[in-house]
Ligand binder design. Structure first.
Ligand code: AMP
Length: 273
């Protein structure tokens, strides 16, 4: 595995790759969710590039940029064992310059739900991912369905800008008890972790309700809020694949999303129906 930090170094390394390239952008503190993306990329491409970059522009003032978990040594080993070809770990100063041409997230999709709680977050995401696409020039890029809104926005970016690559969505990887894997789970105390389980349980219950024929969004949301009374729910939303709110669940076109705070930790999860 080649470990690359500089921009020029990455360009050189990319030039040597002949064949298809899969790209997995991450912020590190790698877990089995990230590994699933890497595995998928390896199975579909000749080469796999992983980036680890805690992107400052997608954090709002007061968010956890400084305390975001950094596990460089462990991450490196994980990538090595997973068979990654190039691990790109740039410095912020090399990624961003002054008075740049900037891309913005779409004004609807980028500013609802996650975007309304974290205004500007998706601007930072599209900005960095576009730069990383420019550098890695992938044939396919892998993103988790756990970050559903991010995935849909990046798919739209690829479509709107006619980028010559494919976005590949990957199913959410969960612990045995249902908790969606997330680097931010490292912040949870054992008690908070236990409390956080109601998020995935409420989503599972919602999906069972739908399977039993209950399609009314209000009824499903009410049930979910009730189940999550013990934690601080920011929102429960039922939307279609373009993130338009739905009064009734449409099978194969629905995402149920939750954002909640457990202690000081903000968690998101969802289910695609
Ligand atoms: P992050 O390092 O949190 O920015 O995540 C990097 C990529 O991994 C994103 O595409 C995430 O959606 C994806 N990811 C994070 N958690 C999971 C998970 N539990 N299952 C699958 N993919 C995930």
């Amino acid at each position: 595995m080649q470990i690359v930090r500089g921009i020029e170094e990455l360009k050189e390394a990319r030039k040597t790759l002949e064949g298809s390239v899969g790209f997995v952008p991450t912020m590190g503190a790698l877990h089995h969710g990230h590994l699933e993306l890497i595995k998928r990329s390896k199975s579909e491409n000749d080469y796999t590039i992983v980036s680890i970059f805690v992107n400052p522009t997608q954090f709002l003032p007061g968010e956890d940029l400084d305390s975001y978990p950094r596990r460089e040594e462990a991450d490196r080993k994980i990538c090595e064992i997973a068979g990654v070809d190039i691990l790109f770990m740039p410095d912020s100063a090399d990624i961003y310059g002054e008075d740049e041409v900037t891309l913005k997230a779409p004004s609807y999709l980028g500013y609802i739900l996650e975007g309304s709680r974290r205004p500007g977050h998706f601007d930072g995401v599209v900005r960095v991912v576009m730069k990383l696409f420019g550098l890695t020039r992938p044939d396919r890029a892998y993103f988790g369905k756990k970050d559903a809104q991010q995935l849909v926005i990046l798919q739209k970016m690829v479509d709107d800008l006619f980028l010559p690559l494919q976005i590949v969505p990957v199913e959410t990887v969960r612990e045995d008890d249902g908790l969606a894997l997330s680097s931010r789970n490292l912040y949870l105390t054992p008690q908070e972790r236990q409390k956080a389980l109601v998020i995935s349980r409420s989503l599972k219950r919602a999906s069972r309700l739908v399977m039993a024929g209950e399609l009314r969004s209000e009824t499903i949301k009410e049930m979910m809020y009730k189940m999550m009374e013990e934690i601080e729910v920011e929102y429960v939303e039922i939307v279609d694949r373009a993130f338009r709110p739905l009064d009734r669940v449409e099978i194969k076109n629905t995402i149920i999303l939750v954002a909640a705070r457990v202690g000081k930790t903000r968690l998101i999860d969802n289910i695609w129906l």
